[in-house]
Design a protein around this ligand. Structure first.
Ligand code: ZN
Length: 81
């Protein structure tokens, strides 16, 4: 995957965790509920590797989710209410 892309606001969004810290790994409550004791390092690393990646544009705050099918970050519209 590319380590950066250009947001619509013009900000260069970096997606390499060594370069930037606005990268999130989202884990669903279903994934958490499925964890069995004992919680080992292997279990935690599997959760992390299978998590949904999200990156925030520091220029405008837009959130992008990694799309496994498209193999790129795609902006997701957040609907209030
Ligand atoms: Zn932006």
């Amino acid at each position: 995957m590319a380590s950066k892309f250009l947001c619509d606001c013009g900000y260069q969004v970096r997606t390499n965790s060594f370069e930037d810290h606005s990268i999130y790994s989202l884990i669903t409550s279903n994934d958490i509920d499925a964890v069995k004791e004992p919680i080992t390092e292997n279990v935690l690393s599997n959760l992390w590797f299978n998590s949904q990646r999200m990156v925030e544009c520091r220029g405008c705050g837009t959130l992008y989710l990694w799309d496994k099918e498209a193999k790129k970050y795609i902006a997701k519209k957040i609907v209030n209410g």
